[in-house]
Design a protein around this ligand. Sequence first.
Ligand code: ADP
Ligand code: MG
Length: 595
Amino acid sequence: MPENLKNKKQQALELLKIHYGFSSFRPGQERAIDNVLNGKSTVVVMPTGGGKSLCYQLPALVLDGVTVVVSPLIALMKDQVDSLEQAGIPATFVNSSITPAETNDRLEKVKNGFFKLLYIAPERFYNREFMEALARVKVSLFAVDEAHCISAWGHDFRPSYLKLRDAIKYLGNPTTLALTATATPEVRDDIVKQLNLKDPKMVVTGFSRPNLQFGAIRATDARKPQFVLDAISAVPDEAGVIYVGTRTRVDELLRILLENDIEAVSYHAGMDSADRKWVQDNFMSGKAKVIVATNAFGLGIDKQDIRFVIHYDMPGTIEAYYQEAGRAGRDGKPSFCLLLSSPRDRYLREFFIKGDNPPPDMVLEIYEILANYHFGDARGKDPDTVLITYSELKGMLSEDAPEMAVGTAVKILEREGYIARSREKNGNAYLKLASDFETAVNSLGRRAKTQREVLAKLYDRFKDDLADGRDVNIEEVSGILDVKKESLMRLIRKLSDSGHVEYRPPFKGTEIKILKRMEKRKVSIDFSAMREKLKRAYDKLDMMENYVYHLGCRQKYILDYFKDSEAKPCGKCDNCLAGGGYNKKTPRPAPKEYL
Ligand code: ADP
Ligand code: MG
């Protein structure tokens, strides 16, 4: 190590004690700081709470010039700066809450070396004057916090982050440090690409969960319930989550558990929000111990004492699996994560992948259908508006496709600006009298007294409209006429069957507006990105499936997947307990043996 770097490093260690009162670095911090002091751009991936801030705050003190910190968390900037000031670290921030005059003043002070750290909201980089002022300052380190915001693959994409690449260039390519807690490899690759980092160093660390015991069992669907019952009986009275692939299977498993006197509740997105809240509250408070759920359950659930997470079906990616399984044992106490997998699981996953990734031809065909939809239909009064359900669309396709893929195709066309969808649904039915009143009444027959009355009321009230045909809300009309909704519907159905009225039930679909009308071959959508996404989805599924068949340490397999450099065999997963590998002759330990 060169002498001056050694000094800087020594300085950093001292400052760690002086300003923060910490005696040593956490895993990864030291390497990240070394890189930065060496002038090497670096991507740091550490879980939340891992200590990412220190990786730029400490170098900021050692390096001359200023460290710019980009963060989307505007509401937190003031607090962060205040606590830095309290630790004796001169820092300031600039965001939309600061007046232009104050902004200039702060930048002037930065220029004069008054502050070591400057926190900035990404939107600032849209402002030319600000950029020019910043370019006059010596920026020795450019830190991008929450760097996953730059990736459209991620869960928190912020378009303003795309400005950062140009900003870095404009500032003369200072050493750049990107930090995130998102462990997804593709998001990480995207950060490097979007920030245009050349040969960056990677520091990925701290994703291991030493208190979690992983295990996987290959089991046919018929045998899965018994494994669940065994696992639960190993930890009776403890809280646990069982993730199931589909809503129907949630119900099936719930029934089995209840039959076996396990007080379980269920959760999926198809339940109404009051039910979901009730279930969630009961689980959080510990009244319900076991929850059977789809992956709709979990985000924002902060229950510390979940002792087990069982996957009843194989998830589609290691990311999803580790995120869901990682909900066990937040309190650091021993907990287990069991994955049950049957060969059939792969088909379910492939079905989802296909639904998520419609082929380009199908997207174009759907555009063509929508653009040429025949108008003058009572449902579509505006020529650019199409009212259609996904299942109708599916029926018009030249090749059969899952309805989910139709929905995705419509979303793609919307994202690309060819169409727009409105959320409202048109809840009205359409009704038109096809013959004159007398004929219609007579068709009902003499004995249908109530029906004749209802029709008379209807005619009295709406006669002109009915002759032309109109949208009707059945609830409303039955209220106005003071007749039962069922009687009204019975009448309408009868007249409709005999051809005396024209009736179309309420539309339950999407209203689609055509924004760009053109020939199909002129539609220009970047399908290469979509093909790439599809390929990645299959690669990820393979990696997930390999996990099931893996013979080495499971925790290490997952950490290697995330490229966590600290990965070591855990010593407690089913494979580690079996001596790091076994074949068909030495059977896998049953859950009871390793739970
Ligand atoms: P992240 O941004 O990765 O979520 P923070 O930078 O906010 O995490 O740090 C989380 C906590 O860890 C803070 O309270 C911080 O003071 C503490 N911390 C960071 N580094 C160290 C260290 N080397 N020793 C002890 N505590 C640390
Ligand atoms: Mg942070």
